[in-house]
Write a protein that binds this ligand. Structure first.
Ligand code: GLP
Length: 254
């Protein structure tokens, strides 16, 4: 696993966007896995800038999102559909037909999950998957205790995740209790993983992910099994790491 510590969130975002852009330039039909949450917003902003100012072309790209709440319609401003269109897709030239986000309103959620897996497979698998991390160590909505071999499925949200995400809703009572999420097994099959974290509230989860044992109690620790995973964190999120990493605060004159 490659761990890169950048001084600021802005630099984390630019590096991540640059890596995704490089993928897309080398492979215009790349299958890109995207994430939601506040962490990837800077990356999306930079991808939009690269599209507008440097002609980064998404016209042949295929996208798959990690997860979605169950019960929120696509036009609900807290749905991940809404989030992705508002914060990325409507600003770039990706084709709507090439965008895939789990449908939390599907009438047959179990079947939908199986079909989502099939669609990823039919497109040749994920080339690169962007990931954030929950303060409890979750990736996508794979909460602590999730099987490390899990596939796309229905999950119950952890209370900690509901509390963390309540800031986006009017009250915690409005935060959905269930979701659809790619599994950890699904995520680990991507060719390349890029996990981002910023802020001191992620420092403990980052330390456990990078330096702790691989355990379902910290789902993100499963990325230690991946042969091509890069973790990019800002100085605050690196605060509890005990080893030295390229660009780590201890090695830089910050
Ligand atoms: C949600 C998403 C995750 C994301 C996490 C962290 O729970 N399902 O994919 O990593 O939030 O969110 P934030 O980046 O806002 O801290």
């Amino acid at each position: 696993m490659e761990v890169i510590v950048k001084p600021t969130y802005d630099e984390v975002s630019k590096l991540a966007a640059g890596m995704i852009a490089e993928f897309l330039r080398c492979k215009p039909r790349a299958v890109l896995g995207f994430a939601t949450g506040s962490t990837p917003l800077g990356t999306y902003k930079e991808l939009i800038r690269l599209h507008r100012e440097e002609g980064l072309d998404f016209s042949q790209a295929v996208t798959f999102n990690l997860d979605e709440y169950i019960g929120l319609p696509k036009d609900n401003d807290q749905s991940y559909h809404y989030f992705m269109w508002e914060n990325l897709f409507k600003h770039i030239n990706v084709l709507e037909a090439n965008v895939h986000i789990p449908d939390g309103m599907s009438e047959d959620l179990h079947r939908h999950c199986l079909e989502y897996e099939e669609e990823i497979f039919d497109h040749g698998g994920l080339d690169v998957q962007l990931l954030g991390i929950g303060s409890n160590g979750h990736i996508a909505f794979n909460e602590p205790g999730s099987s490390l071999g899990s596939r796309t499925r229905i999950k119950t949200l952890d209370e900690k995740t509901r509390q963390d995400n309540a800031r986006f809703f009017k009250s915690i009572d409005e935060v959905p209790r269930y979701c659809l999420t790619m599994g950890i097994g699904t995520i680990l099959e991507a060719e390349k993983l890029i996990l981002l974290a910023n802020g001191a509230n992620k420092a403990e989860a980052v330390q456990k992910t990078v330096e702790g044992p691989i355990t379902a109690s910290v789902p993100a620790s499963a990325i230690q099994l991946h042969p091509n995973a890069t973790v990019i964190v800002d100085k605050a999120a690196s605060g509890k790491l005990t080893r030295k990493y390229p660009g780590a605060p201890a090695m830089l004159d910050l």
